[in-house]
Write a protein that binds this ligand. Structure first.
Ligand code: GLN
Length: 199
């Protein structure tokens, strides 16, 4: 029986809860998906999904609810984490904004990458594209005011690229994407996370 949490402070929580539930069903595993809103919820799950949304808001709420330190410790101790978009920003060790530069926002800071928030700019705030993701295949990737990864450390494996940017990576127990697989009906990325990271 696996217990997967979805960080439920802000952002597209519902979509991830649904996609994770379907992924668990499709894999034929016994498991449940729980919303993580406070520290006790975090202690109750063995893996965590961090949704897209607004990384500054989620970061501030993590601080306010006293969850940030615990979350950092859990991830460092090996808890599997799957993050999309704002979630990727929160995990990155180095965060920049396309316009304002270094943001100084509260963050988890455990993934050895540099990200640029809103990298695709105003002209292309949101778009969809077919993307080859290593280990998964071609998926429809939905980018919404998405960040991009501009640098990765040696222990980071690049799973997908778009133009000059890196848009999906894995490092140890962390899987992180700049785009949103949870807004499509395709649950292969969630299944990949559960199969490769949780089980
Ligand atoms: N631009 C948002 C941020 O900086 C992320 C957008 C998203 O998660 N869809 O947090």
């Amino acid at each position: 029986m696996i217990k997967v949490g979805v960080l439920a402070l802000q952002g597209d929580v519902e979509e991830h809860v649904k996609a994770t539930k379907i992924a668990i069903e499709r894999l034929n595993v016994k498991g449940e998906v729980l919303e993580v809103k406070k520290i006790d919820d975090l202690l109750n799950v063995q893996a965590l999904v961090i949704p897209g949304g607004e990384s500054t808001t989620i970061g501030k709420l993590l601080v306010r609810r006293n969850m940030l330190e615990n979350l950092i410790d859990r991830i460092k101790l090996g808890m599997p984490v799957f993050a999309t978009c704002a979630g990727l920003i929160l995990l990155a060790k180095n965060i920049k904004d396309r316009v304002v530069g270094v943001t100084g926002q509260p963050s988890i800071g455990v993934l050895d990458v540099e990200v640029i928030r809103n990298a695709f700019g105003r002209q292309r705030e949101s778009f969809e594209i077919d993307l080859e993701v290593k280990g998964i295949g071609i998926i429809r990737a939905v980018f919404i005011r998405a960040p991009a990864i501009t640098k990765v450390g040696d222990s980071v494996e690049v799973l997908a690229r778009l133009n000059r940017y890196i848009v999906a990576v894995r490092e140890g127990n962390i899987l992180a994407l700049a785009f949103h697989p949870e807004v499509t009906n395709d649950t292969r990325v969630h299944e990949f996370f559960i199969k490769e990271f949780v089980l």
